[in-house]
Design a protein around this ligand. Structure first.
Ligand SMILES: [Zn+2]
Length: 686
């Protein structure tokens, strides 16, 4: 399911699976970092003028004093909290893996973690864990046998050729249905295969070298491996060319194609889709949504034109690539060299224990999360967050009331949608049951495969059933938040409900400037360029009068143009601008969130004068707290990848891009017309 998050966590993109090891595996918990401070005067660059560059003013000293650690490609206060959580989780896992009296959950996550840390056993096994999959591929004798193998790989969590998943029906969100979609590429975006600029050409060359090395590690001769790498690139380029681009896919209507299973099967006969649906372990269905029917029609011809051996090479590659981080050091290192070092500019791989904590969180996250919540998240955390959410929802109601560009007819619909938003805070009501996942203390790769298959099966089993609105997309320790249009819900994992986002000892101005804006951000997603197309029940349905829809689009265009003017990265490979269309939803949510949280804060403060703290008024502290959650340093390489793939803007523009539209900000710091942080005309949607 497509969800709107607060930020793209790089660990989801690469690090967990772009692992290699350099650090010794035994570790001491005494090195744990301190909690991240909520409001940090020492992070500021007071020599900067807040009206000229507010990001520099809020974060200048932080950026100067916090270079990117060698094992990261992006380092911000956000990541510092993520890192802090890693230490907490390690503590839990080290206790769970040690001998003692443990619950079934502790034994499961403890064994998983221990197996991941047991590098000697992993080393001894080498590529053996992959052999069954590789042998199945080798045994394929005809093109008819290809698709059953793709089905088998999908069941084991290996992405290949196309995607299949479950998702609520866009027109009846109460029912979850099957979805078939484009997929099958390895590089982070189709652009990497298609574009001809110097950097893209270089990336393809490096990718070829990487694929070749991986095949050599798997036992192939260098010449054979070189030719296999070319085959992989050629096939993936075909898949990339058939794929719809990321920005286009933001429009749900472009992905809305309800079809009979027999209909898409007939339109792309070489995919043998009826057989695939029977083989992939999903429940039976007769109709489904096809995200991009043209992809299947185009690749249908490719399936015919490319010879069988080349397809087998491609399937071997997808298997190798997916499982590399769970294999021996040589695979882990090569995988890191390309994805972590070359693509992201990360100097060193994360120590083994960090990768093993992330891996446990990914594979058994709701079990680890249960232990995490017991340890760190009290019931009063939940109660206080609920109160803030209510205050910000109230502010949104007032904000809608005051809109001059929206008719009463549309406003009534907007209130209905706002009222219907479900708030999920901390952790799910019901914990996931992993009892059927077999975890062995000496089989890391096997544990991962079994956990991945369990998750695939769990997702497939939702097909043709009432939508489970209580199932969480993120694990409790995650430092992030999300809105889901089909569910019309906002979700805040326990991991983000702590400093610098939220603290019991932090003043209201700071809590509202940080987690308050995050809450407002997620709420606004229900009303951004995508969210506004869904109604209160989460169905794709236009509830706007044509005139109000037009007024919205005009305002959104202003935001899109504003952010397109910002430079994401400028290095010896040239200058890359932000894609204002790709980031439109997130930027709308940032601008809206900032406004709503500020309104809520003003309601709380009322007319009682509040003394400045550290010399800053509550209004100023609110905006500085906002700027400071985005303090970050990013490698040029990572900034480039993010400019192409990330719907979120970088920290600098999340801060400056939003405050320059805010009259409240300009008032708080006495900014004058003509100064850089005073945009004219200001872009305002919500
Ligand atoms: Zn977001």
């Amino acid at each position: 399911m497509r969800i709107r998050t607060l930020l793209t966590l790089l660990i989801l993109l690469a690090a967990v699976f772009s692992a290699a090891q350099t650090a010794p595996s035994n570790s001491s918990s005494s090195e744990s970092p301190k909690q991240v401070p909520g409001f940090d005067v020492t992070a500021m660059d007071k020599s900067a003028d807040p009206c000229v560059d507010f990001y520099q003013y809020s974060c200048g000293n932080w950026m100067k004093n916090n270079p990117i650690p060698a094992d990261k490609s992006r380092w911000g206060r956000f990541n510092a909290l993520d890192e802090y959580n890693l230490y907490t989780l390690r503590d839990i896992l080290e206790k769970a893996e040690a001998p003692g009296n443990h619950s079934a959950i502790e034994i499961k996550v403890g064994d998983y973690y221990a197996a991941c840390m047991d590098e000697a056993t992993i080393e001894k096994k080498g590529i053996a864990p992959l052999q069954p999959e590789m042998e199945r591929i080798a045994a394929i004798k005809s093109k008819q046998e290809l698709i059953p193998q793709v089905a088998n790989m999908h069941r084991n969590g290996i992405p290949a050729l196309f995607a299949f998943y479950s998702m609520p029906d866009m027109h009846d969100s109460t029912l979850t249905i099957a979805n078939l979609d484009q997929g099958g590429i390895t590089l982070p975006d189709r652009d990497y295969y298609i574009k001809d600029d110097a950097k893209s050409v270089e990336t393809r060359q490096k990718y070829l070298e990487h694929v070749q090395k991986m095949f050599e590690l798997a036992g192939d001769k260098p010449e054979a491996a070189a030719s296999e790498a070319k085959t992989v690139l050629t096939i993936e380029t075909g898949l990339a060319k058939a794929a719809m681009d990321r920005t286009e896919r933001r429009d749900p209507k472009k992905r809305d194609h309800m079809m009979q299973a027999t209909e898409i099967a007939a339109a792309a006969p070489n995919f043998e889709l009826i057989q695939y649906f029977a083989d992939n372990g999903s429940p039976k269905f007769t109709s489904l949504n096809v995200g991009n029917p043209d992809f299947f029609k185009t690749v249908n011809e490719q399936l015919n034109a490319v010879v069988l051996d080349d397809w087998k090479t491609y399937l071997r590659w997808r298997t190798l690539d997916t499982y590399a981080p769970t294999l021996s050091k040589a695979f882990v290192d090569e995988d890191f060299q390309f994805k972590g070092n070359y693509m992201s500019g990360q100097k060193e791989i994360e120590p083994r224990w960090k990768r093993c904590v992330r891996s446990t969180d990914r594979d058994l996250g709701m079990a680890l999360g249960e232990l995490y919540v017991d340890k760190v998240f009290g019931p009063d955390n939940k109660a206080r967050t609920v109160k803030m959410v209510q205050a910000i929802e109230q502010a949104m109601h007032t904000d809608i009331e005051q809109l001059t560009w929206m008719s009463d007819t549309t406003k009534q619909q907007a209130y209905t949608k706002l009222q219907a938003i479900v708030n999920n805070i901390g952790y799910p009501d019901k914990w996931r049951d992993y009892s059927t996942v077999v975890v062995a203390r000496d089989d890391y790769a096997g544990n991962h495969t079994r956990a991945a298959s369990f998750e695939v099966k769990r997702q497939y089993n939702k097909i043709q059933k009432p939508t489970d609105r209580k199932d969480w997309t993120m694990t409790p320790p995650t430092v992030n938040a999300y809105y889901r249009a089909p569910m019309n819900d906002i979700n805040f994992p326990a991991g983000i409900l702590q400093p610098p986002f939220y603290g019991n000892n932090m003043d209201d101005a700071v809590n509202y400037g940080a987690i308050g804006v995050v809450i407002g951000h997620e709420l606004t997603h229900g009303f951004d360029d995508q969210g506004r197309k869904y109604d209160a029940e989460g169905n794709l349905k236009d509830w706007w009068t044509p005139q109000d829809g037009k007024a919205f689009e005009e305002r959104a265009n202003c935001t899109a143009e504003e952010y397109s003017s910002f430079v994401a990265v400028k290095d010896d490979k040239g200058e890359v601008h932000l894609n204002g269309r790709l980031t439109l939803g997130e930027n709308t949510a940032d601008n809206g969130g900032l406004k709503l949280a500020y309104m809520a804060l003003m309601n709380i403060l009322g007319n009682t004068p509040v003394k400045p703290i550290d010399g800053y008024t509550p209004q100023q502290r609110f905006f500085i707290a906002y700027g400071q959650i985005w303090c970050q340093n990013v490698t040029d390489q990572q900034a480039r990848v993010l400019a192409i793939t990330d719907p979120h803007s970088p920290g600098r523009w999340r801060t400056n891009g939003a405050v320059e539209n805010s009259a409240a900000f300009q008032e708080a710091f006495g900014c004058k017309a003509g100064q850089p942080m005073v945009r004219e005309p200001a872009c305002r949607v919500w």
